[in-house]
Structure formats: C-alpha cells, structure tokens
Design a protein around this ligand. Structure first.
Ligand code: ADP
Ligand code: ADP
Ligand code: ZN
Length: 214
C-alpha cells in the first residue's frame, strides 16, 4: 500500500499518517521530520534546508527528490509506506511517478485532508512538537498528560518557529500556489481520495479506513 498525504500545512497529515502507519504496519515517511532531524544534527542538508524552512518557503526540489526516492527504496518500505509532506510540487510528483514506474510500481492512494484556511492558523498556533521524537500535539485538541512534556518519550515540546502566524500565512500561500495543483494531478490519475479534515481526529481516521479497508 503506497499512500501520499495531501493537504495544507496543519491540515492533520502527520496526525493521520501516524495512525495509518500503525494500523497497516507500514513506515511513516515525513520529509519535514527528515529535514528537522538534519537541522538538529547540523548536517549540510540541514543547513541548506533551514534557510528555506525558516522563511516558510519550500526546500528546492533537487534537495528533496533523491532523498525520498532513496528512502522509499529501503527494505522496510517493501510492502508500502505513507508519505507525509511529499510530493509538494508537480515536479516532485512526476519524479516519484517516474522512479516507481521504473520498477513497475505506482502510488495507490493520494489522500487529501481538506481543511479551509480559516481553521489552519488556529490549529498551528496550538500545535506543539516534541524536539526529541517529532511527535505532535495540540494544546486544545490533543493535549499531553503533562503540559510541555511529550507523552511518547518525555521530550520537551515547543512551538515550531515556522508555526508562528506570519510564517503560517506565507506557507498557506506557498501551499495554494505550488502544492494544491497536485489535487488535480492525482484526480486525473483516479487515485485521489477527498477527506473532510475539519472533523475530529478519530472521525477523519475512520473516513480514511473506510477507503483503505479494515
Ligand atoms: P507541515 O507538517 O506543517 O505540513 P512539514 O513538517 O511537512 O510541515 O514541512 C516543514 C517545512 O519543510 C516546509 O515548510 C518546507 O520548507 C519543508 N519541506 C518539507 N517537505 C518538503 C517537500 N516535499 N518539498 C519542499 N520542502 C519541503
Ligand atoms: P500537518 O502534518 O498536516 O501539518 P498535523 O497533523 O501536525 O498537521 O496537525 C496540525 C495541528 O492540528 C496539530 O497540533 C494537531 O494535533 C492538530 N490536529 C490534527 N488533526 C486535527 C483535527 N482533526 N481536529 C483538531 N486538531 C487537529
Ligand atoms: Zn517525543
């Protein structure tokens, strides 16, 4: 099962991708998490990516595509994967399709988690991310047992710099311009699944499971 998560920043892609990965025993591959891990470890890639991420811009395609093609070719991805945050541009989608076609494979589902812009700023300002494991919470909709401490690993929770309202507005603009065209791209390939992302997290997940199967 090869799944792509589409949706605006803060739509709930990561939240749902995590649940999908658990239920269907496939890896959750988040390009945002990969970049943040690189930034934390001070790698060359991390340094390059950070300058774009801080401004709310996309990291250039050439820094992302090879990384993902390499990652989905690894052993644990043999039975499928859920890609969260990739592709984000048409050239990225085409590069993935070409890499898969070369080994007689294809994406099975593109799940579009649909949330209007009005809801996004609120979601993002309440999002808290674990600096250790990348887990995400929300101060109202998904609170931790102890404030500021990750339930999963005990790590420290922070408001990501790029989740501040000014940067979120910028990211939404980038989303509409560069990423939203992918909805049409996958619709034409007849693998698009539209999900109402304004429902409760568990209702969103139920709607996804209805499509993917029990
Ligand atoms: P969100 O969870 O809010 O959608 P991500 O964690 O997926 O955000 O991404 C954070 C940032 O990392 C993006 O704003 C962008 O700068 C960069 N990024 C992540 N994935 C990609 C990608 N596929 N192409 C380009 N940039 C990316
Ligand atoms: P994305 O990966 O698309 O950027 P996240 O999964 O990180 O989005 O979700 C963004 C924020 O909204 C997080 O704080 C998350 O806990 C919260 N959230 C996710 N899904 C829902 C939902 N259905 N209802 C309310 N809040 C949600
Ligand atoms: Zn954690």
């Amino acid at each position: 099962m090869k799944i792509i998560m589409l949706g605006a920043p803060g739509a709930g892609k990561g939240t749902q991708a995590k649940r999908i990965a658990e239920k269907y025993s496939i890896p959750h591959i988040s390009t945002g998490d990969i970049f943040r891990a690189n930034i934390k470890n001070g790698t060359e890639l991390g340094k390059k990516a950070k300058t774009f991420m801080d401004q709310g811009l996309l990291v250039p395609d050439e820094l992302v595509v090879d990384l993902v093609v390499d990652r989905v070719g690894q052993d644990d991805a043999k039975n499928g994967y859920v890609l969260d945050g990739f592709p984000r541009t048409i050239p990225q989608a085409e590069a993935l399709d070409n890499a898969l076609a070369a080994i007689n494979e294809k994406v099975d589902y593109a799940i579009n988690v649909d949330v209007p812009d009005e809801n996004i700023i609120n979601r993002m300002s309440g999002r808290r991310a674990c600096v250790s494991c990348g887990g995400t919470y929300h101060i109202v909709y998904a609170p931790t047992k102890t404030e500021g401490v990750c339930d999963a690993c005990g790590g420290e929770l922070v408001l990501r710099d790029d989740d501040k309202p000014e940067t979120v507005k910028k990211r939404l603009g980038v989303y509409h311009e560069q990423t939203q065209p992918l909805i049409d791209y996958y619709n034409k390939k007849k693998i698009l699944v539209d999900i109402d992302g304004t429902q409760d997290m568990s209702q969103v997940f139920d709607a996804i499971v209805k499509v993917l199967g029990e």
